[in-house]
Design a protein around this ligand. Sequence first.
Ligand SMILES: NC(=O)c1ccc[n+]([C@@H]2O[C@H](COP(=O)([O-])OP(=O)(O)OC[C@H]3O[C@@H](n4cnc5c(N)ncnc54)[C@H](O)[C@@H]3O)[C@@H](O)[C@H]2O)c1
Length: 259
Amino acid sequence: MGFMDGKRGLIVGIANERSFAYSIAESLLREGAECLFTHLPGDKMERRVRRSIDALGVEDPWLRPLDASSDEDIEAVFKTIGEEFGQIDFLVHSIAYADKDWLQPGRFAATPREVFTQAMDISAYTYAAMAHHAAPLMTEGGSMIALSYYGAEKAVPGYNVMGVAKAALEATTRYLALELGEKNIRVNCVSGGPLRTMSAMAVGGFGEILDWVEQKAPLKRNIEGSDVGDCAAFLLSPLANGMTGQVIYVDSGFATVGL
Ligand SMILES: NC(=O)c1ccc[n+]([C@@H]2O[C@H](COP(=O)([O-])OP(=O)(O)OC[C@H]3O[C@@H](n4cnc5c(N)ncnc54)[C@H](O)[C@@H]3O)[C@@H](O)[C@H]2O)c1
C-alpha cells in the first residue's frame, strides 16, 4: 500500500537520471502512482528520456513529445491524456530554461530582452499554461507542483534572469492556488537546494554554491534528488490535503540561516 495508490498524473521534465523529475517519479512510483511522461521533441531526446524511464522500471510507458514553448504542444498533450484516460490527479512541472551565456556573475543588467522573455516564458508562464489545461482533467480534485530555487527570493551570483523567472513562478503558484482552490486543486512549489543536474551546470559558479551550502546549511550537506522526490510525492498526495499556494524549501535548511 502506497499513499499514491490509484493516483495518475503527468511528469514534465525528465532529461536524465539526475533530473529532479526523475527522483520525483521514483518516489511517486514507489508510492503506487501511475506516471505519464513527456520528452523534448526529437528522436535523440526521446531515446534519452526513454532510457531513464526504463531505469525507473516502467514498462510500456506513456511518453509524448512536448516543447513547452509551443501552445499547440501543450494543448495536444493534455487533449490526448483526456481522450485516453479521462481524468488525472497530479501534474509535475520540472522545467526551466535560460540562455547560459547570461547565467554568469556580473551579467544580469545586460540581459537581452529576448533572453529575459524566453526565461520567463519557459520557466514561469508554462506552469500557468499547463495548469489551465490540466485543471479540467482533475475532475476529482488534484495537486500540482513546480520546482523553484532560493534565487527567487535572494540575489544569488550567476542565477540572474533565472532568479527573476523563479520569483514569477512562485507568484504564479499563489495565483493558480487562489483560482483553482474551489475545484479542490492544490498548487504548490518545492524550492530545491542546488543539485548537479544538466540545467544547474549552466549556472556560472555552481560548484561554489554547492560548497557554500555544505558549509552553511543547518544539515551541513547538500540535498539529494530523493529529498525533493519524497517531498514532492507528499505534496501531490492526500497527505497534504490542506496545503496550497506554498513554497516548501527542501534545501538542508539553507534558506533559514542569516549568515
Ligand atoms: N538543479 C538545481 O540545482 C535546481 C535547484 C532548484 C530548482 N531547480 C529546478 O528544477 C527543475 C528541473 O531542473 P533539473 O535541475 O532537474 O535539471 P534538468 O536539466 O534535469 O531538467 C530540466 C528539464 O527542463 C526541460 N525543458 C527545458 N526547456 C523545455 C521546453 N521548452 N519544453 C519542455 N521541457 C523543457 C529539459 O528538457 C529538462 O528535462 C527546473 O525548474 C530547475 O530550475 C533546479
